[in-house]
Design a binder for this molecule. Structure first.
Ligand code: NAD
Length: 371
């Protein structure tokens, strides 16, 4: 009998070493073993967004918080108590690789500062765990390529933490654009910003440090603007022009941009203009098509969203974006299927290539071709 390597094996079952292997009858959607009907998720990094994610996971049908990875013993003890996580499923940044031996963790969700994404995605993948990584995927497109290659090599799946891909208003604008319900979309505007340099602002927080964040609001918020324009058009941009905005607080924005505006040019001729900002509040999306228009405002934050088209109001249920994201990803993994391309690492890599090009254009004041 041909021996099967660990990589081939993991690739075949689609779930990390963790899960008891049962091969359900054709058509059965989930595993039948009682205690594996939920995906066992380990949260890596217990900061502000991990808090949102944990809250979302509390109402998840298909996931449970099964493990925690943190450098702070007191914090992890509180989380373990709150989410009933057993001691043997708790790791710190030093002993994290031991997770390879833990059969009760299927997936690691990396919620660390941007500069740490690459290392922890790679370590999780090498431990045979599926991975979700927060946006931005890494500090640059080259790092994304490395992350994708290791996940492929290890036969684990890599998803982006793109919450809006599962959100009803966004699914609708994607449909309106891609199915050309109002004809070809010609112009788009998508911007997200909030003021971060208020009285209690900490200039030492990692987001203000270039080595940890990779940049300012473009790295943090810009990805939502880029994403929404890409999925409404269903096209990839071919070039970009970009401009840094004014620095309104030289001390606070010493290492990263305070604001940045860019224009993406698409093969159909459509142009998307966006701003991501740390010194102005904005949260909206607008698309102008040949026979009408549609918009959301608020559009890209946690919601609740509001929307309309030139025909009337858009109205969908206000959902918990994190619960929805996790359940949809878990359903695919539990069914041992392949994640759809638009939520994988490849998607994060495409966005990073665009982000790299935006920074290059803003720095050189030249139009940059996106390859
Ligand atoms: P945060 O600062 O609140 O949390 C970061 C966590 O990393 C903390 O638990 C911290 O202790 C830990 N950490 C470990 N080493 C660290 C180091 N050297 N420096 C700083 N922190 C260190 O940040 P956050 O807002 O939770 O963001 C984490 C990630 O989640 C980022 O990549 C961010 O872009 C992303 N995020 C995504 C969304 C979303 O809507 N999808 C929202 C917010 C943040």
């Amino acid at each position: 009998m041909k021996s099967v390597s660990r990589r081939e094996f993991l690739g075949k079952i689609g779930i990390g070493t963790a899960t008891a292997i049962t091969f359900p009858a054709l058509g059965a959607r989930f595993q039948t073993v009682e205690n594996t009907q939920k995906l066992n998720v380990a949260l890596c990094g217990l900061g502000r967004y991990a808090d949102f994610m944990a809250y979302g996971l509390e109402s998840s049908k298909y996931c449970r918080i099964a493990g925690l990875i943190s450098g702070t013993a007191t914090k992890v003890a509180e989380w373990a108590k709150k989410y009933d996580v057993p001691k043997e499923n708790i790791y710190n940044y030093q002993n994290f690789d031991q997770i390879i031996h833990n059969k009760n963790i299927d997936l690691v969700y990396v919620l660390l500062p941007n500069a740490m994404h690459k290392e922890y995605v790679i370590r999780a993948a090498k431990a045979g765990k599926h991975v979700i990584v927060e946006k931005p995927m890494a500090l640059n497109a080259k790092d994304c390529e490395e992350m994708i290659a290791v996940c492929q090599e290890m036969g684990v799946q890599l998803a982006m933490g793109y919450r809006l891909h599962f959100e009803p208003y966004h699914l609708e604008i994607k449909r309106l654009g891609q199915e050309k319900i109002f004809g070809q979309v010609r112009l788009l505007e998508a911007s997200l910003g909030y003021k971060t340099d208020g009285l209690n602002a900490d200039p030492n927080e990692w987001r203000m440090k270039k080595t940890m964040s990779g940049g300012g609001p473009l790295m943090n918020l810009g990805v939502y603007c880029i994403q929404s324009c890409r999925y409404v058009l269903g096209e990839e941009p071919i070039s970009v022009t970009a401009q840094f905005g004014p620095n309104t607080n030289l001390q606070y924005f010493a290492e990263v941009e305070a604001s940045i505006t860019w224009q993406l040019h698409f093969p159909s001729g459509a142009v998307a203009t966006s701003t991501s900002s740390y010194n102005a509040g904005i949260d909206r999306f607008y698309a102008s098509a040949d026979e009408g228009n549609f918009e959301l405002s608020p559009a890209l934050s946690y919601g609740p969203f509001k929307g309309r088209t030139s025909k009337g109001v858009l109205s969908f249920a206000d959902i918990n974006q994190q619960t929805q994201q996790m359940d949809e990803i878990a359903k695919v993994l539990l069914a041992r299927q392949t994640l759809p391309a638009h939520i994988t690492g490849e998607e994060g890599w495409k966005d990073m290539k665009i982000i790299d090009a935006i920074y290059k254009s803003a720095k050189t004041s030249k139009r940059v071709i996106i390859k």
